[in-house]
Design a protein around this ligand. Sequence first.
Ligand SMILES: Cc1cc2nc3c(=O)[nH]c(=O)nc-3n(C[C@H](O)[C@H](O)[C@H](O)COP(=O)(O)O)c2cc1C
Length: 172
Amino acid sequence: MVDGDLLKVIKERRSIRDYKDEEISKESIKTLLESARWAPSGSNIQAWRIYVVKGDKLESIKKFSPGLLSDPPIIFVMCADIEEAENKGGKLSKDVLTKMDIAIAAQNICLQASSIGLGTCYIGSFNKKAIREILELPDHHVPELILTVGRPKKIPDPPKRKNLDELTRWVE
Ligand SMILES: Cc1cc2nc3c(=O)[nH]c(=O)nc-3n(C[C@H](O)[C@H](O)[C@H](O)COP(=O)(O)O)c2cc1C
């Protein structure tokens, strides 16, 4: 990889809220899932599960997700396996680290998607209870995050970022 290639992908990733009415190939979906698989996780426990959802179930989930206003062909519902997290990593893993692991896996997906011309958007605003019921999740699978995935219709301008002086402190 050439210097700066990854930063370019990082900067060009956008939250996409306008998708083409186009199926995403199984091969592309598997590439995204593979990028999640290689994310780091606390003690390498990997206590997360991804439900790949489309069709009627996706339409039902939209009704209970105020943050999901777009029309993606597919979503990933990213769940914590709290049983595995607690059994293997205790309370810290269950309450904190697995949620971080999910966020990291999600960002791998978003960057990988962007690098192959797909769009994604994090959805944090959704009704957990309703999603659990729609997907008939076992009690130990807790939905923490939704990612929309699809072919972008248009890519928005980048929203402003704070400058580094505001975001960072150098301690010597
Ligand atoms: C944890 C998290 C939750 C988010 N939830 C939502 C959401 O519910 N709906 C939505 O449209 N965007 C959501 N976003 C997307 C942010 O609004 C977006 O990342 C931010 O405005 C910066 O824009 P960018 O992703 O294009 O750089 C979420 C992002 C994160 C990281």
